[in-house]
Design a protein around this ligand. Sequence first.
Ligand code: FAD
Ligand code: NAD
Length: 155
Amino acid sequence: MDDRLFRNAMGKFATGVTVVATEVDGKAHGMTANAFMSVSLNPKLVVVSIAEKASMLEKIKKSNTFSVNILSAEQQELSMIFAGQLKEHREVAFDRLGGVPVIAGALAQVACEVTAAHVEGDHTLFIGRVIEISIEESNAEPLIYFSGKYRSLAE
Ligand code: FAD
Ligand code: NAD
């Protein structure tokens, strides 16, 4: 099957946008990801899917921790930074939650420790046990991704 057909079909599933972050040797690293899902309530588990070619893969394997930061509509530029879509390098300051780097101003920050890693095709699914959560109490709107484009919620 053609890759484009698959990607076009998957792109019809509107999602939020997250930045997955981790830290190795004192250096924080972020990566834009929409392959994120809540998995289990008891225990509290989430999953992220990381491409084998992403440098994030080795970093999470080393640190055994990651955060998932659900971006607000105002954070499209951060999504572009952490997807490598901007030409120039921008410095990003990270906050910390449960010892893991997190993105300030995200709608929700979810700090996790890895409990399992499943290699599936050209991605690795990391199951994360949630160790701490912080929710932005403002009524900020989410950043949306649909058909390869950033969107926002309409009233
Ligand atoms: P790099 O390409 O090295 O880093 C990514 C970018 O982040 C670089 O530009 C880098 O400069 C910047 N960066 C990293 N750390 C910092 C820091 N501390 N300060 C400042 N800048 C920093 N890929 C997946 O595997 N799974 C997904 O679920 C997924 N979902 C995506 C959803 C969307 C909407 C988009 C646009 C892309 C998605 N991708 C996904 C693709 C993925 O975001 C890119 O391929 C990304 O470039 C891979 O990052 P990397 O870990 O290889 O690191
Ligand atoms: P796109 O139009 O190809 O993406 C549409 C949808 O296809 C995505 O939301 C995702 O569900 C799926 N998809 C795309 N690339 C994939 C991959 N390598 N593995 C598994 N699923 C994939 O592309 P775009 O929306 O213009 O994305 C920009 C870049 O980000 C592309 O290089 C794309 O490959 C990458 N991306 C990767 C993933 C992922 O690895 N899970 C998800 C989204 C985007």
